[in-house]
Design a protein around this ligand. Structure first.
Ligand SMILES: CC(C)(COP(=O)(O)OP(=O)(O)OC[C@H]1O[C@@H](n2cnc3c(N)ncnc32)[C@H](O)[C@@H]1OP(=O)(O)O)[C@@H](O)C(=O)NCCC(=O)NCCS
Length: 157
């Protein structure tokens, strides 16, 4: 668990699902398909117990080394203060223990954010089948999105 004066980064629980869904919806991100992956989600909890941000991973079935980074969101009032970066760092730290070595993501809104963190744009066809089988790749929401990837520990910062 990682703390500062304002928020604690911790594993999401089933009780977080409604608030998480609302946060994702408000940010224009898919909100209907994350529940099965809740065990790989982190939330940034504020002192009042509210959710200030979140991020999640979908790890390849069968324990592969690839994971999809998804559902990164910070409430508008807290953006630009480093919380998004902290969520990604903490997810990556935990995912190292799940055997994740390579990250993939699709984004229409945050290419520069991820590029600054060492992700590079690649063709979607470069992603392994396990990642292309995820709802984000195969669903409609991802069709216009940019595909990005990064090896573990390959961050720019
Ligand atoms: C993307 C997001 C999570 C970043 O959260 P954050 O807490 O503001 O991020 P941080 O404070 O750690 O990083 C801010 C840095 O990233 C940049 N940044 C933030 N959002 C960005 C975006 N959408 N595109 C490009 N750069 C962005 C800021 O300019 C800032 O740069 P700096 O460090 O050089 O000053 C937040 O903007 C958000 O919730 N956006 C809506 C949902 C979204 O688009 N999620 C990504 C889905 S893949």
């Amino acid at each position: 668990m990682k703390r500062d004066a304002a928020v604690t980064l911790e594993a999401a629980t089933a009780a977080d699902v409604p608030a998480l869904a609302a946060l994702l919806r408000e940010a224009g991100l898919p909100d209907g398909d994350f529940s099965p992956h809740l065990g790989r989600f982190l939330v940034a909890r504020d002192l009042a117990g509210g959710i200030a941000g979140a991020v999640g991973a979908e790890v390849a079935q069968g324990g592969g080394e690839d994971a999809l980074l998804r559902s990164l969101v910070v409430v508008p009032a807290r953006r630009g203060a480093g919380l998004g970066g902290r969520l990604v760092d903490e997810l990556e730290r935990r995912a190292a223990g799940w055997g994740v070595r390579r990250w993939w993501l699709l984004t229409t809104t945050a290419e520069a954010f991820f590029a600054a963190r060492g992700f590079r744009v690649v063709e979607r066809s470069a992603a392994p089948e396990t990642m292309r089988a995820t709802g984000q790749f195969s669903g409609g929401c991802g069709r216009t999105a940019v595909c990005m990837t990064r090896e573990r520990g390959g961050g720019a910062t």
